[in-house]
Design a protein around this ligand. Structure first.
Ligand code: XMP
Length: 321
C-alpha cells in the first residue's frame, strides 16, 4: 500500500471513470456484503444512480438475517440493494450431494445462472465487479485454487456478454477499507469478517438440508454474537474469522433423564493475515463454555456436543470443506 493513497481523490476519479465508461447504459453488480463488492457498488451508485442495479442473490446459504442486514447497512450509505430469493433453487440443486467440490461447483454455476438471468431482465450492458489487486495477481497460481475451487461472488465469468468495469483493480484490501470508510459505509461492512461464497453449505459437512441449515445458521449466529460481545468488552481481541461447523457425527448425551443422540458442532476461530495460513485463536475457556452452553441449550434436541478446532492452516484449511 502506498502511504500517499488518498481515498477521497480515488473516489472522485473512479466515479468519473465509471460515468465515462458506462454512459447512459444499465450496469449490474452482485453484492455480497463483503467490503470489496460493497465499495464497488457504492462507487457505481455515486456514478450511475438508478442505472446501476445492485443485486444480492440469496442462496439460502447465508447467515441469520444476512440478506436483510446487508440491505439495511448499504441503504445507510445510500446504496439500494435488491434481494433475489433463489434459496429453493439452491436447496434442491444440492439435495443429496455430499462431495465438497461438487457442492462448490453446483453453487458457483447456479449463482452465475441466477445472476445472469437478473442482468438480462434489466438489459444490463455493463458488469461492475469488486475485483482487487490480489484477486488477479494471484489468480490460478495460488495454493488456494489447487486445494479448493473457491467460488467468489465477485468472480463472474467474462462470457456473460457484458463489458466489465472493475474500479478497485489496482487496490489492496487496506486501501479498499479506507475507501469504504471515506464513502461512509457502516463499520459492520468495513470490518466484516471473511465469509465464503458457498456460504453455510461448506459449514455443513456432507449433504445440505433445510434442517441442517437451520442448525448451522443458529450455531454460527451464537459464535458471532458471543465472540463479538467478548471483543467489545475487552475480554479478547476479535479473531480474524470465527464460525461454527456442523459435523455429520452423532454422539450419545443426556437430556433431562433420557438418553439423547445428537449432532456435534465444532467452533473455529482463527488468526490470519490473508487466509493463506492461519493459527487457532487462543479463546478463553470461559468463553468457549458460554458458547457451548448456548448452542446446546438453544439447539437442545439437535446438538449435544461442542468441540473446539485447535488446528493451524496448514495442515488444515480454515473452512472444513
Ligand atoms: P480455506 O478454507 O481455503 O479458506 O482455508 C481461506 C479463506 O477463504 C474463505 N473461503 C472462501 N471464500 N469463496 C470465497 O469467496 C470460497 O469458495 C471460499 N472458501 C473458503 C474462507 O472463509 C477463509 O476466509
Amino acid at each position: 500500500m502506498s502511504i500517499l493513497f488518498d481515498p477521497q481523490n480515488f473516489i472522485k476519479e473512479s466515479v468519473e471513470d465509471i460515468k465515462r465508461k458506462v454512459g447512459s447504459n444499465v450496469a449490474v453488480i452482485a453484492v455480497s456484503g463483503g467490503v470489496d463488492s460493497s465499495v464497488a457498488a457504492a462507487l457505481a451508485t455515486r456514478a450511475l444512480q438508478n442505472n446501476v442495479h445492485c443485486i444480492f442473490v440469496d442462496t439460502g446459504l447465508m447467515r441469520k438475517n444476512e440478506a436483510q442486514n446487508v440491505q439495511a447497512l448499504m441503504s445507510k450509505a445510500g446504496v439500494s440493494v435488491q434481494i433475489i430469493d433463489a434459496s429453493s433453487l439452491f436447496l434442491s440443486a444440492l439435495k443429496g450431494v455430499s462431495n465438497p467440490e461438487k457442492k462448490r461447483k453446483i453453487i458457483g454455476k447456479l449463482f452465475i445462472k441466477v445472476f445472469e438471468a437478473e442482468a438480462k431482465k434489466r438489459k444490463a450492458k455493463f458488469l461492475v465487479q469488486g475485483t482487487i489487486a490480489p484477486d488477479w495477481i494471484e489468480s490460478g497460481a495460488g495454493l488456494r485454487d489447487t486445494i479448493k475451487s473457491h467460488h467468489n461472488v465477485g468472480g463472474l465469468p467474462k462470457k456473460m456478454g457484458m463489458k466489465l468495469v472493475e474500479p478497485l483493480r489496482e487496490l489492496y484490501k487496506d486501501e479498499v477499507r479506507k475507501v469504504a470508510s471515506a464513502l461512509g459505509l457502516p463499520q459492520q461492512i468495513v470490518n466484516r469478517q471473511p465469509f465464503p461464497g458457498p456460504g453455510l453449505a461448506v459449514r455443513i459437512i456432507g449433504a445440505v438440508s433445510k434442517k441442517k441449515l437451520q442448525i448451522i445458521r443458529e450455531a454460527c449466529a451464537i459464535v458471532e454474537e458471543e465472540i463479538e460481545k467478548a471483543a467489545q468488552s475487552g475480554q479478547i481481541q476479535r479473531p480474524w474469522q470465527y464460525f461454527a461447523v456442523l459435523l455429520p457425527l452423532k454422539s450419545v448425551g443426556v437430556l433431562g433423564d433420557a438418553r439423547a443422540y445428537g449432532y456435534t458442532v465444532a467452533i473455529r476461530a482463527v488468526e490470519s493475515i490473508d487466509g493463506m495460513t492461519a493459527k487457532p485463536s487462543p479463546l478463553p475457556a470461559e468463553l468457549l463454555e458460554t458458547i457451548s452452553n448456548r448452542i446446546t441449550r438453544q439447539l437442545k434436541r439437535q446438538v449435544n456436543r461442542v468441540v473446539y478446532d485447535t488446528t493451524s492452516k496448514p495442515p488444515a484449511t480454515i473452512e472444513w470443506e
